[in-house]
Design a protein around this ligand. Structure first.
Ligand code: UDP
Length: 372
């Protein structure tokens, strides 16, 4: 049994990166994955010639050249630029907030006119320190945009009133006084040609790595802990410790994928529904990530519904408010004291709202620490 150096739990981006780097250093790695496929939430599956993002839209973006070069070892990226459009009660607005948005919202034409309008709107919060997400948004961009493009979407996504959400969620909101609909400010972005799954496949291709899917770590936790000298765990850190300090909070999602008998359903990869009444937050039309590849007469769309998380549901987002972050810190301390042969990684293991480039960065950091 003791033929492996590492057991990696979870075949997502963190686990696969760690396994790949360990194998490169001659280590033998066993990877177990609960789902019946690898690649975690970046999993994409080809249907009708296009890559379907099974667990929500994934657009790779980073400003870190090292990370960009790293991921490009495993796939060639297209030049997809994320530019979502918001549908608020049938009115369409470009995102992120830029001159196109302001022009659609207020009829302004120049950056000066837009700035004047925004400043007029921000007056409402003049001299006050924002105490919650609503106040933060209004002090950044004013009430019109807050009400139409932020409030409904955010409250659906997080399942809480904007007045009860921490301000930091919205602090990084990009606001631009140019006619530029590019969502991310990063230097590099794109979608891997041929999908994301190949990235993880290539990472796990080494003869030194054995992968088993459909395996639940918690069914035989004690045995695994006994049998393997070193463990990389990318599941929920509170579950690892049997929730002994209490439950961390997560948000869940549910996806409804449907084929439509039209070549082009919505004209964009991502349309956000920013009103409170529509139960989903966005619809993605997968073919537009690949420049309308695929069938001319049909298309695949996915509606994304945010959901409360209860034990047993899929956790997608950590809810990084103060209460949870403090609890996480206690779990991290417990990990140090009681599980020093376990590396906790990824969105769930490190309880952080990581983007893909940050997951790669965190995995490479763990690798550096492990093999220094
Ligand atoms: N957001 C918003 N309106 C939008 C899109 C995003 O108010 O149309 C806010 C919302 O608070 C959300 C946050 O921006 O939680 C981050 O959204 P994004 O879509 O970037 O998150 P993802 O789920 O893609 O990580």
């Amino acid at each position: 049994m003791k033929k492996y150096d590492y057991l990696v739990i979870g075949a997502g981006l963190f686990g696969a990166t760690f396994a790949y780097e360990a194998a490169k250093r001659g280590k033998r790695v066993k990877v177990i994955e609960k789902r019946d496929h690898i690649a975690g939430n970046i999993y994409t599956r080809e249907i009708d010639g296009i890559q379907v993002h099974q667990y929500g839209a994934h657009i790779f973006h980073t400003s870190n050249k090292k990370i960009w070069d790293y991921v490009n070892q495993f796939a060639e990226f297209n030049r997809y630029t994320n530019s979502p459009v918001a549908n608020y009660k049938g009115h369409m607005y470009n995102l992120p907030f830029n001159m196109n948005t302001f022009s659609e919202m207020w009829g302004v034409r120049t950056p000066q006119e837009a700035e004047d309008k925004i400043n007029e709107q921000r007056q409402e919060m003049a001299g006050k320190k924002p105490q919650n997400l609503e106040e933060q948004a209004i002090s950044l961009i004013g009430r019109d945009i807050y009400e139409k493009l932020i409030k409904g979407y955010t409250e659906k996504q997080w399942g809480q009133k904007a007045t009860e959400l921490p301000a930091f969620i919205i602090r990084r909101l990009p606001v631009r006084l140019t006619y530029d609909n590019n969502y991310f400010n990063d230097l590099y972005q794109g979608i891997p040609i041929g999908g994301y799954t190949q990235i993880v496949e290539k990472m796990l291709a080494s003869d030194l790595i054995d992968v088993e899917t459909g395996v639940d770590f918690f069914a035989k936790k004690d045995e695994y802990l006994k049998d393997y000298p070193k463990i990389v765990f990318t599941g929920m850190i509170d579950q690892f410790f049997d929730y002994q300090l209490g439950e961390l909070q997560y948000r869940s999602l549910h996806f409804e994928t449907e084929e439509k008998p039209v070549g082009n359903y919505q004209g964009n990869a991502v349309i956000n529904y920013t009103d409170a009444e529509t139960p989903y937050t966005r619809i993605i039309e997968h073919k537009h990530f690949e420049f309308s590849k695929g069938d001319k007469d049909k298309t695949i769309i996915t509606r994304e519904y945010p959901a409360d998380w209860h034990r047993g549901d899929e956790p997608y987002y950590p809810v990084n408010n103060q209460r949870n972050n403090e609890l996480y810190t206690k779990y991290a301390q417990l990990a140090k004291e009681k599980a020093d042969n376990v590396i906790f990684g990824g969105r769930l293991g490190q309880y952080r709202y990581y983007n893909m480039d940050q997951v790669l960065g965190a995995a490479l950091k763990s690798v550096d620490q492990e093999f220094k």
